[in-house]
Design a binder for this molecule. Structure first.
Ligand code: SAM
Ligand code: SF4
Length: 353
């Protein structure tokens, strides 16, 4: 049996060897506008146990048959390859990722991939109570819980299910576990929940939590965003400034355009202009749909069929090339991408929000 010191030396040597492999193979994933892509968002499901009005109709959408969804080991292979090209951050999303029976396996096998620095999950929280400890033990770094209202009736109206208490309980559990970050995603809608902005901010008083106010985006088949519910980032900021006179802006992640913290509050809150899109110049995201297509922009429906390539028996090099090729073709911003698209996807669940 090897001595403890010897094991440590071997581990160190392996780490050096791995990092030099990352460097040697490490032609980063770039585009023509000087952006570098080091963040992969992976949809691991299209199905969901909620029916948020801006996302999915009650009857669901035309779900992809299971055999055409990427399997866990295919996803792990992809992660290992993109990590060699500089991808450092991963997010599992969907659909509802906790409905994927392999989610814990996916997390525990991605946190150990050399080069991957953090692994995150976006969930509606319904199954979180059941999985929270397993996710934490699997090494998940951060968790985003989507929650648009703190009011039971409104929760039912928006999600078409009466499950608010499950989400609130899950949030408390998540806050007690050693995740590096716990965030709440709030899609702000006029005359629906924009009056709750202050209530969400108050959650940051005693909790080490980030609340992210997000603009509604036009990604649902029924186009509810056309019904006057859109409430822009500028309006959200205005509302915040009306409620809190002493707002202090601090820096946040590249997509949290405005980030604030109130004096004496433990947590912080941010505003994300996901529709007005003045964040495109900072984009570092690659998206992989549950059915295995690479998308170089949320607003672009030009997709690159990775699943087919993989199932045709391609090499790791070919997978790397497809990612580089897909991202090189990324257009300057979301407006250009939208102009070139005809939106064949019916819901965010198919893109991976
Ligand atoms: N089911 C999980 C959840 O809800 O957290 C993960 C998938 S969901 C598609 C990811 C995020 O996309 C959620 O925060 C949701 O609120 C957001 N989303 C879905 N449709 C949207 C839309 N039309 N506009 C803005 N955000 C949207
Ligand atoms: Fe499900 Fe998330 Fe879409 Fe709501 S936003 S229907 S929870 S996938």
């Amino acid at each position: 049996m090897m001595k403890k010191e010897t094991v440590l030396v071997v581990k160190e040597k392996l780490a050096v060897a791995e990092s030099s492999l990352i460097e040697r193979d490490g032609h980063a994933i770039l585009d023509q506008f000087g952006r570098t892509f080091d963040y992969l968002r992976i949809a691991v499901n299209e199905k969901c146990n909620l029916r948020c009005i801006y996302c999915m109709p009650e009857e669901g959408v035309d779900f992809t048959p299971d055999e055409n969804l990427l399997k866990a080991d295919e996803i792990i292979r992809i992660i290992n390859i993109v990590a060699k090209f500089g991808v450092k951050k991963l997010r599992f999303t969907g659909g509802e990722p906790l409905l994927n029976k392999d989610i814990v396996y996916l997390i525990s096998n991605s946190v150990i991939v050399p080069g991957i620095e953090s692994v995150h999950l976006t969930t509606n929280g319904l199954l979180l109570e059941k999985y929270a400890v397993d996710l934490s033990e699997a090494g998940l770094h951060g968790i985003n819980i989507s929650l648009d209202t703190l009011n039971h009736q409104k929760f039912y109206e928006i999600t078409r299910r009466d499950k608010l208490d499950l989400v609130l309980d899950a949030l408390q559990i998540a806050l007690k576990l050693p995740f590096n970050s716990v965030k709440i995603n709030v899609v702000v809608m006029r005359n629906f929940n924009h009056t709750e902005i202050g209530d969400f901010v108050e959650l940051t008083k005693d909790n080490l939590l980030t609340v992210r106010f997000i603009e509604l985006m036009p990604f649902d088949a029924h186009q509810i965003w056309r019904t006057g519910k859109f409430f822009g980032a500028d309006k959200i900021v205005e509302e915040l400034k009306t409620i809190y006179l002493n707002l202090t802006q601090i820096s946040g992640s590249s997509t949290e355009h405005y980030v604030y913290q109130l004096p004496g509050y433990k947590g912080k809150f941010g505003v994300i202009p996901s529709f007005t899109r003045n964040i495109c110049q900072n984009c570092n995201r690659i998206r992989l749909t549950a059915d295995g297509k690479i998308r170089n922009c949320l607003y672009s429906d030009h997709e690159f069929n990775l699943r087919k390539l993989i199932r045709d028996g391609c090499s790791d090099e070919e997978i790397g090339k497809l990612f580089k090729n897909a991202m090189w073709q990324k257009l300057k911003d979301g407006y250009e991408a939208q102009n070139h698209s005809d939106h064949h996807r019916e819901s965010m669940t198919q893109i991976g929000g």
